[in-house]
Design a protein. Structure first.
Length: 635
């Protein structure tokens, strides 16, 4: 009996070991999803796999766990796609393990969950049959759903029960603007403008990417007029209020180089009126201005017309009133401009007009005369690339991608196939955008679709994808990462790499060797001590344009399954990974290229960042006609 019992125990433990191995090797079966964590680790560069793996629990139940199979839904089902579509999914299945190693990346689980919903909707919209086939007739369906560049309601009179609403069909991008013309009136003259996202399933109210609240008669904090800016989500409730004027002296950060609150707001000295403005002031309002409270400048006045414009910048949203900058508001984590689906206006405002301009829109295929020149050349099958360039882009940045195709993707080295370029684009929560993107990737064959929704906090996954593509899909001597608003002088990058003649252990770009984590929660690049406990980072290269050698890219592609620390600043993450490889014995060469301009353009650039589509085309024109790398004026 004892023998049998002992043999049974041994067999039981052997079964457990086999099952554990099967779970680790097949994470997308019926296994429970887990995220490895580091326990008692003294090395922030290493993410250990042997730590105790906690389960991810849904917010509606602490007793249930999410299976990986449920979370990713139909993302990785086999489907019979056309050759054009298959060429855009070459990294798709290679990334299905990323969700297991998402610790340190906010919104990671949501990005996969929401991608599952978006993917199912996209497949349905293109007519799935039982075998998962997609018919090509859906291309014409997408053309009927073009994202408009401009929306307007010139006679926006009257509010409904919930105020006025303007639907934004394809989200907002940098450069988009919303102009509202109206007169604060009614009992108080208070009103609010909300930029909302799509409602979360199960929640009555959508998230607020921006809540802009004008209180002409003050509130519980102040008796003076005030503008309150904030955000709201169902999971995080209201964020921290930003008030203009601020009750805290000296607290006036900058967003896109513009102050959070213009210092003239609330200034007792008031402002000097122009002759035109003075002619519109009544005797009653002149008398009121003699009062102490009325002498303080405030951009809105009860009974007076206001022209308000919300404009989206790189870091946040700017509000101008009657042509004068008033407030700035930095984008908050997980609340990004592409999420905006509606403008809502409510309160005591006599609304006259609402206009939305600079909206993301794609080109009509039938109107593109140089279509064949814009399509990517086939990837080489039997020889190594000199350089592979991966470009970060978001789904609704149609115009930026078209500008890159017409500009530096026309370099001879790219057209000859020695250099390959691909855009790495996540799914969008908006179905119309996804349908437009689907047509685009079939047309140009230069997009790699990512199996997650494109939150800024998980862009590091795109870095992994670029390394996978550059070493496993193709074999490239060097692998480069850049952005869709960066102009890359491909010929000069190749010349610089040839001069350096370093083919192993190379990081080339604008090297930062003494950077420290941003510890202020107000910073877009805020890093908590829990995310990075060290006082400084290892050397890293700025994200608009850096190059690594094949061996580094290969190591990233190979080690991303649990052996790399996932860090939400992707360029710093690459520096962290390289530092880790150095500890493992790799010899690393850091080559600094000062002509990679991180913030704009300078003549003789190798990479120029923050270039609009118009500037991108202008730079290319100068290179072709003048053979000079000259910038194209101010942004």
């Amino acid at each position: 009996m004892k023998k049998w019992f002992g043999g049974g125990l041994i067999g039981f433990f052997l079964v457990l070991l086999v099952l554990r191995h099967a779970v680790l090797e097949n994470p997308f079966g019926e296994s429970t999803l887990f995220v490895p964590v580091t326990i008692n680790s003294t090395d922030p560069l290493e993410s250990h796999q042997d730590a105790v793996p906690p389960t991810i629990e849904p917010q509606d139940s602490a007793n249930q766990v999410i299976s990986a199979d449920t979370l990713v839904s139909g993302l990785f089902l086999r489907r019979n796609f056309s050759e054009e579509v298959q060429s855009s999914l070459m990294t798709w299945n290679r990334m299905k393990h990323l969700i297991k190693y998402s610790q340190g990346l906010p919104n990671a689980v949501e990005a996969f969950r929401e991608a599952g919903v978006a993917w199912d909707n996209l497949m349905d919209s293109f007519g799935k049959d039982q075998h998962g086939d997609l018919n090509g007739s859906s291309v014409h369906k997408v053309k009927e759903k073009q994202c408009p560049h401009f929306l307007s309601n010139i006679n926006a009179t009257g509010f409904g029960d919930s105020g006025y609403r303007l639907r934004i069909p394809c989200g907002l991008i940098q450069g988009s603007s919303i102009t509202i013309i109206g007169i604060p009136n009614g009992l108080l003259g208070d009103f609010r403008i909300d930029l909302t996202g799509e409602p979360t399933p199960g929640e009555a109210d959508p998230p607020l990417v921006l809540h802009y609240n004008v209180r002409l008669h003050g509130d519980k904090v102040t008796e003076n007029p005030v503008i309150v800016q904030n955000t709201w989500t169902a999971t995080q409730d209201w964020g921290e209020e930003e008030r203009c004027p601020s009750p805290v002296p000296g607290k006036n950060k900058k967003v896109d180089e513009l102050k959070q609150c213009n210092e003239i707001v609330g200034n007792n000295e008031g402002r000097k009126l122009t002759g035109n403005e003075s002619s519109y002031i009544s005797l009653r309002s002149s008398m009121e201005r003699n009062k102490t409270r009325a002498s303080q400048y405030f951009p809105f006045k009860q009974g007076y017309l206001s022209v308000m414009t919300l404009r989206l910048g790189e870091e946040g949203i700017q509000m101008t009133v009657d042509g004068k900058h008033i407030t700035s508001f930095a984008f908050r984590e997980s609340l990004e401009p592409w999420l905006v689906s509606e403008v809502r206006i409510s309160g005591d405002l006599e609304l006259i007009s609402v206009l939305a301009s600079g909206l993301p829109t794609s080109e009509v295929l039938d109107e593109i005369v140089d279509l064949e020149d814009l399509r990517s050349v086939p990837l080489p099958l039997h020889h190594r690339l000199d350089l592979f360039i991966g470009v970060f882009s978001t789904a609704n940045n149609f115009k930026r991608r078209m500008a890159v195709r017409r500009a530096w993707m026309q370099y001879p080295a790219v057209k000859a196939g020695a250099v390959a370029v691909r855009f790495f684009v996540g799914l969008h929560k908006n179905q119309i955008v996804n349908e437009e993107l689907w047509t685009e990737l079939q047309t140009y064959r230069d997009i790699q679709l990512m199996p997650f929704v494109d939150y800024y906090s998980i862009i590091t996954w795109k870095t992994v994808a670029i390394c996978i593509f550059g070493t496993e899909v193709v074999s490239a001597k060097y692998v480069m990462k850049t952005d869709d608003d960066a102009f890359v002088r491909v010929d000069e990058v190749l010349a610089s790499l040839n001069r350096a003649n370093v083919t192993q252990g190379l990081l080339y770009g604008l090297i930062n060797a003494d950077a420290r984590p941003h510890r202020s929660p107000d910073s877009k690049w805020y890093i908590s001590p829990e995310e990075w406990p060290e006082s400084s980072y290892p050397p890293w290269a700025h994200g608009p344009g850096y190059v690594v050698s094949y061996d580094i890219a290969k190591a990233v592609a190979k080690r991303h399954k649990g052996h790399l620390k996932m860090f939400k600043l992707e360029d710093v993450a690459m520096g962290i990974w390289i530092a880790q490889l150095k500890k493992l014995g790799m010899q690393v060469s850091y080559i600094n290229e000062p002509r990679v301009y991180n913030e704009g353009c300078r003549d003789q650039f190798v990479v120029a960042h923050y270039q609009s589509p118009r500037e991108m085309l202008c730079l290319w024109q100068k290179l072709k006609e003048e053979r000079l790398a000259k910038c194209c004026g101010d942004r």
